[in-house]
Design a protein around this ligand. Structure first.
Ligand code: A2P
Length: 355
Protein backbone atom coordinates (compact mmCIF):
# COMPACT_ATOMS: atom_id res chain seq x y z
CA UNK A 1 0.00 0.00 0.00
CA UNK A 2 1.16 3.53 -0.73
CA UNK A 3 0.77 6.52 1.56
CA UNK A 4 -2.86 7.46 1.11
CA UNK A 5 -4.22 3.99 0.38
CA UNK A 6 -3.04 3.19 3.89
CA UNK A 7 -4.93 6.07 5.47
CA UNK A 8 -8.14 5.68 3.53
CA UNK A 9 -8.38 2.05 2.50
CA UNK A 10 -12.01 2.33 1.41
CA UNK A 11 -12.15 5.81 0.06
CA UNK A 12 -15.47 7.57 -0.18
CA UNK A 13 -15.13 9.05 -3.65
CA UNK A 14 -17.50 11.90 -3.13
CA UNK A 15 -18.16 14.44 -0.41
CA UNK A 16 -21.35 13.36 1.39
CA UNK A 17 -22.19 16.78 2.87
CA UNK A 18 -24.15 18.78 0.24
CA UNK A 19 -22.96 21.99 1.94
CA UNK A 20 -19.38 21.09 2.74
CA UNK A 21 -17.10 22.79 5.22
CA UNK A 22 -14.12 23.94 3.11
CA UNK A 23 -10.70 24.84 4.49
CA UNK A 24 -8.15 26.85 2.48
CA UNK A 25 -4.60 26.17 3.63
CA UNK A 26 -2.46 29.14 2.56
CA UNK A 27 -5.46 31.48 2.42
CA UNK A 28 -3.32 34.63 2.55
CA UNK A 29 -1.19 33.63 -0.47
CA UNK A 30 -1.61 34.56 -4.12
CA UNK A 31 -3.47 31.31 -4.91
CA UNK A 32 -5.36 31.27 -1.58
CA UNK A 33 -7.01 34.60 -2.37
CA UNK A 34 -8.00 33.33 -5.85
CA UNK A 35 -9.45 30.16 -4.30
CA UNK A 36 -11.82 32.39 -2.33
CA UNK A 37 -12.70 34.39 -5.44
CA UNK A 38 -13.43 31.20 -7.42
CA UNK A 39 -15.57 29.67 -4.66
CA UNK A 40 -17.64 32.86 -4.47
CA UNK A 41 -17.86 33.44 -8.24
CA UNK A 42 -18.96 29.86 -8.93
CA UNK A 43 -21.53 29.81 -6.08
CA UNK A 44 -19.84 26.81 -4.52
CA UNK A 45 -22.42 25.38 -2.05
CA UNK A 46 -20.30 26.16 1.02
CA UNK A 47 -21.46 25.20 4.49
CA UNK A 48 -18.62 27.11 6.10
CA UNK A 49 -15.24 28.47 5.03
CA UNK A 50 -12.16 28.06 7.20
CA UNK A 51 -9.09 30.14 6.36
CA UNK A 52 -5.74 28.73 7.48
CA UNK A 53 -2.23 30.22 7.22
CA UNK A 54 0.90 30.57 9.33
CA UNK A 55 0.96 31.98 12.88
CA UNK A 56 2.03 35.28 11.27
CA UNK A 57 -1.45 35.69 9.74
CA UNK A 58 -3.58 34.36 12.62
CA UNK A 59 -6.29 36.89 13.47
CA UNK A 60 -6.09 38.68 10.12
CA UNK A 61 -9.58 39.41 8.75
CA UNK A 62 -10.19 38.59 5.07
CA UNK A 63 -13.23 39.29 2.93
CA UNK A 64 -15.22 36.41 1.47
CA UNK A 65 -18.16 37.49 -0.71
CA UNK A 66 -18.63 40.60 1.43
CA UNK A 67 -18.35 38.72 4.75
CA UNK A 68 -15.38 38.98 7.13
CA UNK A 69 -13.59 35.67 7.85
CA UNK A 70 -10.82 35.48 10.47
CA UNK A 71 -7.64 33.60 9.47
CA UNK A 72 -6.62 30.82 11.87
CA UNK A 73 -3.18 29.32 12.43
CA UNK A 74 -2.72 25.96 10.69
CA UNK A 75 -2.32 23.22 13.34
CA UNK A 76 -2.84 19.47 13.58
CA UNK A 77 -6.33 20.17 14.97
CA UNK A 78 -7.39 22.43 12.07
CA UNK A 79 -9.26 19.76 10.07
CA UNK A 80 -11.90 18.59 12.57
CA UNK A 81 -15.26 18.82 10.77
CA UNK A 82 -13.67 19.85 7.44
CA UNK A 83 -15.08 18.09 4.35
CA UNK A 84 -12.76 19.53 1.68
CA UNK A 85 -9.28 20.98 2.26
CA UNK A 86 -7.76 23.06 -0.54
CA UNK A 87 -4.00 23.21 0.06
CA UNK A 88 -1.84 25.98 -1.38
CA UNK A 89 0.98 26.66 1.07
CA UNK A 90 3.85 24.80 -0.61
CA UNK A 91 5.02 21.18 -0.73
CA UNK A 92 6.51 21.06 2.79
CA UNK A 93 3.20 22.07 4.40
CA UNK A 94 1.28 19.64 2.16
CA UNK A 95 3.56 16.73 3.02
CA UNK A 96 3.07 17.39 6.72
CA UNK A 97 -0.62 18.32 6.87
CA UNK A 98 -2.39 16.56 3.95
CA UNK A 99 -2.19 13.18 5.75
CA UNK A 100 -3.54 14.90 8.90
CA UNK A 101 -6.48 16.30 6.91
CA UNK A 102 -7.24 12.92 5.30
CA UNK A 103 -7.14 11.18 8.68
CA UNK A 104 -9.64 13.75 9.97
CA UNK A 105 -11.99 12.78 7.11
CA UNK A 106 -11.36 15.63 4.66
CA UNK A 107 -10.83 15.23 0.93
CA UNK A 108 -7.68 17.13 -0.03
CA UNK A 109 -7.11 18.98 -3.29
CA UNK A 110 -3.41 19.81 -3.21
CA UNK A 111 -1.95 22.59 -5.29
CA UNK A 112 1.67 21.81 -4.38
CA UNK A 113 4.08 19.45 -6.12
CA UNK A 114 4.20 17.12 -3.07
CA UNK A 115 2.05 14.27 -4.42
CA UNK A 116 1.73 14.95 -8.15
CA UNK A 117 3.72 11.91 -9.18
CA UNK A 118 2.47 9.61 -6.37
CA UNK A 119 0.82 6.52 -7.82
CA UNK A 120 -2.09 6.64 -5.33
CA UNK A 121 -2.82 10.34 -6.03
CA UNK A 122 -4.59 11.29 -9.27
CA UNK A 123 -3.20 14.36 -11.08
CA UNK A 124 -6.20 16.03 -12.66
CA UNK A 125 -7.25 18.65 -15.18
CA UNK A 126 -11.03 18.08 -15.35
CA UNK A 127 -11.29 18.93 -19.08
CA UNK A 128 -8.58 16.37 -19.84
CA UNK A 129 -8.70 13.42 -17.41
CA UNK A 130 -11.62 13.83 -14.98
CA UNK A 131 -12.00 10.03 -14.94
CA UNK A 132 -8.67 9.67 -13.13
CA UNK A 133 -10.37 11.12 -10.04
CA UNK A 134 -12.22 7.83 -9.50
CA UNK A 135 -9.02 6.30 -8.16
CA UNK A 136 -8.38 8.80 -5.38
CA UNK A 137 -7.59 7.81 -1.80
CA UNK A 138 -8.36 11.11 -0.14
CA UNK A 139 -5.97 13.34 -2.08
CA UNK A 140 -6.17 14.73 -5.61
CA UNK A 141 -3.23 16.72 -6.96
CA UNK A 142 -3.64 19.97 -8.87
CA UNK A 143 -0.97 20.15 -11.60
CA UNK A 144 1.87 22.54 -12.25
CA UNK A 145 0.43 25.68 -13.85
CA UNK A 146 2.14 25.22 -17.24
CA UNK A 147 1.06 21.56 -17.43
CA UNK A 148 -2.56 22.48 -16.58
CA UNK A 149 -2.76 25.30 -19.14
CA UNK A 150 -0.94 23.39 -21.90
CA UNK A 151 -2.96 20.19 -21.57
CA UNK A 152 -6.29 22.04 -21.85
CA UNK A 153 -5.12 23.09 -25.32
CA UNK A 154 -3.44 19.80 -26.27
CA UNK A 155 -6.09 17.28 -25.18
CA UNK A 156 -8.73 18.13 -27.82
CA UNK A 157 -6.11 17.80 -30.56
CA UNK A 158 -4.78 14.52 -29.14
CA UNK A 159 -8.30 13.02 -28.98
CA UNK A 160 -8.59 13.49 -32.74
CA UNK A 161 -4.97 12.86 -33.83
CA UNK A 162 -2.33 11.14 -31.70
CA UNK A 163 0.38 13.54 -30.51
CA UNK A 164 3.89 12.16 -31.03
CA UNK A 165 6.15 14.97 -29.79
CA UNK A 166 6.01 18.42 -28.16
CA UNK A 167 8.37 21.38 -28.18
CA UNK A 168 7.42 23.96 -25.53
CA UNK A 169 8.89 27.39 -24.71
CA UNK A 170 7.24 29.20 -21.81
CA UNK A 171 6.91 32.87 -20.87
CA UNK A 172 5.97 32.62 -17.17
CA UNK A 173 4.46 35.27 -14.93
CA UNK A 174 5.50 36.39 -11.44
CA UNK A 175 2.44 34.83 -9.73
CA UNK A 176 3.92 31.35 -10.07
CA UNK A 177 6.53 32.40 -7.51
CA UNK A 178 3.85 33.68 -5.10
CA UNK A 179 2.44 36.97 -3.87
CA UNK A 180 5.86 38.25 -2.78
CA UNK A 181 7.25 37.84 -6.33
CA UNK A 182 4.30 39.78 -7.77
CA UNK A 183 5.04 42.58 -5.32
CA UNK A 184 8.74 42.48 -6.26
CA UNK A 185 7.79 42.91 -9.92
CA UNK A 186 5.63 45.95 -9.10
CA UNK A 187 8.15 47.60 -6.76
CA UNK A 188 11.24 46.90 -8.91
CA UNK A 189 9.49 48.22 -12.03
CA UNK A 190 8.60 51.43 -10.19
CA UNK A 191 12.21 51.70 -8.97
CA UNK A 192 13.54 51.22 -12.52
CA UNK A 193 11.18 53.92 -13.84
CA UNK A 194 12.35 56.26 -11.07
CA UNK A 195 15.99 55.46 -11.90
CA UNK A 196 16.51 54.00 -8.39
CA UNK A 197 18.64 50.99 -7.48
CA UNK A 198 16.76 47.83 -6.48
CA UNK A 199 18.25 44.66 -4.98
CA UNK A 200 16.10 41.58 -5.79
CA UNK A 201 14.95 39.74 -2.65
CA UNK A 202 12.45 37.11 -3.83
CA UNK A 203 13.74 36.26 -7.30
CA UNK A 204 17.41 35.71 -8.13
CA UNK A 205 17.72 38.32 -10.91
CA UNK A 206 16.48 41.82 -11.80
CA UNK A 207 12.85 41.41 -12.92
CA UNK A 208 11.94 44.85 -14.28
CA UNK A 209 12.38 45.04 -18.08
CA UNK A 210 14.22 41.71 -18.05
CA UNK A 211 13.63 37.99 -18.61
CA UNK A 212 15.57 35.09 -17.12
CA UNK A 213 15.68 31.31 -17.01
CA UNK A 214 13.04 29.99 -14.55
CA UNK A 215 14.18 30.38 -10.94
CA UNK A 216 13.51 26.73 -9.98
CA UNK A 217 16.56 24.72 -8.89
CA UNK A 218 18.73 23.66 -11.81
CA UNK A 219 20.40 20.26 -12.24
CA UNK A 220 24.02 21.08 -13.10
CA UNK A 221 24.46 17.76 -14.88
CA UNK A 222 21.60 18.09 -17.38
CA UNK A 223 21.03 21.87 -17.34
CA UNK A 224 17.29 21.38 -16.82
CA UNK A 225 15.50 23.14 -13.95
CA UNK A 226 12.80 21.61 -11.73
CA UNK A 227 10.03 23.54 -13.45
CA UNK A 228 10.96 22.06 -16.84
CA UNK A 229 11.14 18.55 -15.39
CA UNK A 230 7.76 18.99 -13.67
CA UNK A 231 6.08 20.19 -16.86
CA UNK A 232 7.41 17.20 -18.82
CA UNK A 233 6.51 14.59 -16.19
CA UNK A 234 3.09 16.05 -15.43
CA UNK A 235 2.07 16.63 -19.05
CA UNK A 236 2.87 12.98 -19.75
CA UNK A 237 0.89 11.84 -16.71
CA UNK A 238 -2.20 14.01 -17.30
CA UNK A 239 -2.37 12.99 -20.97
CA UNK A 240 -1.58 9.35 -20.17
CA UNK A 241 1.35 9.40 -22.60
CA UNK A 242 4.20 8.19 -20.35
CA UNK A 243 6.81 8.11 -23.11
CA UNK A 244 5.88 11.35 -24.92
CA UNK A 245 9.06 13.15 -26.09
CA UNK A 246 8.95 16.77 -24.88
CA UNK A 247 11.51 19.52 -25.53
CA UNK A 248 11.17 22.38 -23.06
CA UNK A 249 12.59 25.75 -22.00
CA UNK A 250 10.94 27.67 -19.12
CA UNK A 251 11.51 31.42 -18.81
CA UNK A 252 10.28 34.04 -16.33
CA UNK A 253 8.96 37.21 -17.95
CA UNK A 254 7.86 40.46 -16.24
CA UNK A 255 4.12 39.74 -16.40
CA UNK A 256 2.01 39.63 -13.24
CA UNK A 257 -0.34 36.64 -13.50
CA UNK A 258 -0.76 34.90 -16.85
CA UNK A 259 1.62 32.43 -18.43
CA UNK A 260 2.14 32.22 -22.19
CA UNK A 261 3.72 29.39 -24.15
CA UNK A 262 4.74 28.58 -27.70
CA UNK A 263 4.02 24.91 -28.42
CA UNK A 264 5.01 22.96 -31.52
CA UNK A 265 3.01 19.74 -31.75
CA UNK A 266 3.98 16.79 -33.95
CA UNK A 267 1.12 14.41 -34.73
CA UNK A 268 1.11 10.84 -36.03
CA UNK A 269 -0.57 12.05 -39.21
CA UNK A 270 -1.13 15.27 -41.14
CA UNK A 271 -3.51 17.71 -39.38
CA UNK A 272 -4.74 20.80 -41.20
CA UNK A 273 -4.77 24.23 -39.56
CA UNK A 274 -8.52 24.38 -40.25
CA UNK A 275 -9.25 21.14 -38.42
CA UNK A 276 -7.06 22.10 -35.45
CA UNK A 277 -8.83 25.47 -35.26
CA UNK A 278 -12.26 23.79 -35.32
CA UNK A 279 -11.26 21.25 -32.64
CA UNK A 280 -9.89 23.96 -30.35
CA UNK A 281 -12.86 26.30 -30.92
CA UNK A 282 -15.27 23.56 -29.80
CA UNK A 283 -13.31 22.39 -26.74
CA UNK A 284 -14.28 23.23 -23.13
CA UNK A 285 -12.11 25.68 -21.19
CA UNK A 286 -10.58 27.21 -24.32
CA UNK A 287 -11.16 30.40 -26.30
CA UNK A 288 -9.78 30.76 -29.82
CA UNK A 289 -7.89 34.05 -30.38
CA UNK A 290 -6.52 33.63 -33.86
CA UNK A 291 -7.03 36.77 -35.96
CA UNK A 292 -4.25 37.02 -38.54
CA UNK A 293 -5.72 40.09 -40.21
CA UNK A 294 -5.58 42.06 -36.96
CA UNK A 295 -2.36 40.36 -35.73
CA UNK A 296 -4.35 39.47 -32.61
CA UNK A 297 -3.33 36.30 -30.79
CA UNK A 298 -3.30 35.12 -27.15
CA UNK A 299 -1.76 37.65 -24.75
CA UNK A 300 -1.22 37.52 -20.99
CA UNK A 301 -3.07 40.83 -20.52
CA UNK A 302 -6.19 39.31 -22.09
CA UNK A 303 -5.82 35.94 -20.34
CA UNK A 304 -5.50 37.56 -16.88
CA UNK A 305 -8.64 37.16 -14.80
CA UNK A 306 -10.18 34.79 -17.39
CA UNK A 307 -11.25 31.21 -16.68
CA UNK A 308 -10.69 30.20 -20.30
CA UNK A 309 -7.25 29.44 -21.70
CA UNK A 310 -6.59 31.44 -24.88
CA UNK A 311 -5.20 29.58 -27.92
CA UNK A 312 -4.23 30.82 -31.38
CA UNK A 313 -1.43 31.48 -33.90
CA UNK A 314 -2.31 28.06 -35.28
CA UNK A 315 -0.03 27.50 -38.21
CA UNK A 316 2.01 24.89 -40.00
CA UNK A 317 5.46 24.24 -38.51
CA UNK A 318 7.95 25.25 -41.19
CA UNK A 319 10.52 23.03 -39.46
CA UNK A 320 8.60 19.86 -40.33
CA UNK A 321 8.16 19.48 -44.10
CA UNK A 322 6.09 16.31 -43.58
CA UNK A 323 3.09 18.47 -42.64
CA UNK A 324 2.49 16.54 -39.42
CA UNK A 325 3.42 19.43 -37.09
CA UNK A 326 1.54 22.55 -36.06
CA UNK A 327 2.65 25.56 -34.01
CA UNK A 328 0.35 27.17 -31.41
CA UNK A 329 0.52 30.05 -28.96
CA UNK A 330 -1.32 29.70 -25.65
CA UNK A 331 -1.95 32.06 -22.73
CA UNK A 332 -3.72 31.20 -19.47
CA UNK A 333 -4.18 32.79 -16.06
CA UNK A 334 -1.61 31.14 -13.82
CA UNK A 335 -3.66 31.78 -10.68
CA UNK A 336 -6.95 30.54 -12.20
CA UNK A 337 -6.65 27.60 -14.65
CA UNK A 338 -3.04 27.20 -13.54
CA UNK A 339 -4.05 26.86 -9.88
CA UNK A 340 -7.22 27.99 -8.05
CA UNK A 341 -9.86 27.47 -10.74
CA UNK A 342 -8.63 23.97 -11.54
CA UNK A 343 -8.67 23.09 -7.81
CA UNK A 344 -12.23 24.39 -7.37
CA UNK A 345 -13.36 22.52 -10.52
CA UNK A 346 -11.93 19.33 -8.98
CA UNK A 347 -13.77 20.06 -5.70
CA UNK A 348 -17.03 20.63 -7.63
CA UNK A 349 -16.63 17.25 -9.31
CA UNK A 350 -16.27 15.63 -5.88
CA UNK A 351 -19.62 16.98 -4.66
CA UNK A 352 -22.50 14.52 -4.54
CA UNK A 353 -24.80 15.00 -7.55
CA UNK A 354 -27.85 17.11 -6.68
CA UNK A 355 -30.87 14.76 -6.46
P1 A2P B 1 1.35 33.47 5.60
O1 A2P B 1 0.80 34.61 4.78
O2 A2P B 1 0.79 33.46 6.98
O3 A2P B 1 2.86 33.35 5.52
P2 A2P B 1 2.43 32.50 -1.62
O4 A2P B 1 2.49 31.27 -2.46
O5 A2P B 1 1.65 33.59 -2.27
O6 A2P B 1 3.78 32.94 -1.14
O7 A2P B 1 1.59 32.09 -0.29
C1 A2P B 1 1.99 31.08 0.60
C2 A2P B 1 0.87 30.75 1.58
O8 A2P B 1 1.31 29.69 2.42
C3 A2P B 1 0.49 31.90 2.49
O9 A2P B 1 -0.90 31.87 2.76
C4 A2P B 1 1.28 31.59 3.74
O10 A2P B 1 0.74 32.12 4.93
C5 A2P B 1 1.14 30.09 3.78
N1 A2P B 1 2.17 29.50 4.64
C6 A2P B 1 3.51 29.64 4.56
N2 A2P B 1 4.13 28.99 5.58
C7 A2P B 1 3.15 28.44 6.33
C8 A2P B 1 3.11 27.66 7.53
N3 A2P B 1 4.25 27.32 8.17
N4 A2P B 1 1.90 27.26 8.02
C9 A2P B 1 0.77 27.61 7.38
N5 A2P B 1 0.72 28.37 6.25
C10 A2P B 1 1.90 28.76 5.73
Amino acid sequence: MTQFQDILASAAHRVANPNPVVAIVGATGAVGVELMTCLAARNFPLGRLKLLASARSAGKVMDFAGQPVVVEELTEASFEGVDIALFSAGATISRKFAPVAVRAGALVVDNSSAFRMASDVPLVVPEVNAGAMQAHHGVIANPNCVAAIATVALAPLHRAHAIRRLNIATYQAASGAGAAAMEELRVSTQAAINGEAFAPKVLPHPYAFNIFSHNAAIDPATGYNDEELKVVAETRRIMDLPELPVSITCIRVPVLRAHAMAITVEFADVVSEEEARALLAAAPGLRLVDDRAANHFPMPCEASGQDDVLVGRIRRDLGDPSGRSLALFVAGDQLLKGAALNAVQIAETLLAPVA
